[in-house]
Design a protein around this ligand. Structure first.
Ligand code: ZN
Length: 267
């Protein structure tokens, strides 16, 4: 289904002056080209929160950090008044760029410091990359939208998705709209967005199930190894949960190469 967002108004209601709104920085990613870095009008409706107003343009509230209304910082629950001028800034904007003399309110909470994630059903490959780098990542190909939103809220996990409707759900506090479509670009995007390059702990987590892995003696798992693996490898790891066994074979070398490539993208 193609979502239809944003309707800058054509005819102003003289009784109720429209809201004038301007989105800054990466928030423009969600707008049609002709509205990039433009101020445009939206019809005023009674008892409308600024969250609802912003999301009517297609921008999820999880992308918004600072809202300035007629020069004053407001939060997402603020009820918009007719004729106001509203400036909206994204999460990663430099605070120097925000034109307000008043103390700023940040709409976004600090993300959980241990950076745990839950991913929507379309991001399986990204989930694999995140687990490979040691990040706690929940992913199942049968999670529906309510389940994803609930898990994110209940477990304070950052919800990663390419579905902006999902991020508009009120209970989603920690969320991010993944811009790129290629998994390799997506993982770089996430590492940059949350500045995770120094948090990488390769192979500390099971790619299969997200369980923690630990070093095990060859003896303890020998009976489960194929003859060739038994012959050529000495160091083994095992997942605490699903018991999958890992060793530093050709797959490991390929993953190390990939991790080096990802780290070199830290610019
Ligand atoms: Zn496992």
């Amino acid at each position: 289904m193609v979502a239809v967002f944003y309707l800058p108004i054509q005819h102003h209601n003289r009784m109720s002056p429209p809201i004038s709104i301007h989105f800054h920085g990466q928030l423009n990613d969600f707008l049609p080209l002709q509205l990039h870095d433009e101020t445009f009008d939206i019809e005023h409706k009674k008892n409308r929160s600024v969250k609802d107003l912003i999301e009517s343009t297609g921008i999820p509230h999880t992308e918004v950090d600072v809202i300035i209304s007629n020069g004053n910082a407001v939060d997402l629950n603020y009820l918009v008044k007719a004729g106001e001028r509203i400036e909206v800034y994204p999460v990663s904007v430099s605070l120097d760029l925000i034109r307000s003399d008043n103390a700023l309110l940040h709409c976004q909470p600090e993300p959980p410091s241990d950076y745990r994630f839950v991913l929507d059903v379309h991001l399986g490959k990204l989930a694999t990359y995140l687990r490979m780098l040691g990040f706690d990542t929940l992913y199942r190909n049968d999670y529906d939208d309510p389940a994803l939103a609930n898990i994110s809220a209940a477990e304070r996990r950052i919800l990663l998705t390419c579905d902006r409707r999902l991020l508009m759900r009120k209970q989603v506090s920690y969320g991010y709209f993944v811009r790129n479509r290629m998994p390799r670009q997506q993982i770089i995007e996430i590492l940059r967005r949350y500045q995770l390059y120094h948090e990488i702990k390769p192979f500390s987590r099971c790619i299969n199930c997200n369980g923690a892995t630990r070093s095990v003696s060859k003896q303890s798992i020998e009976s489960e190894l194929l003859t060739k693996t038994k012959k050529y490898y000495t160091d083994f790891y095992q997942c605490d949960s699903c018991k999958k066994i890992y060793w530093k074979g050709s797959h490991y070398q390929q993953m190390m190469k990939l991790i080096d490539q990802l780290k070199s993208a830290d610019i």
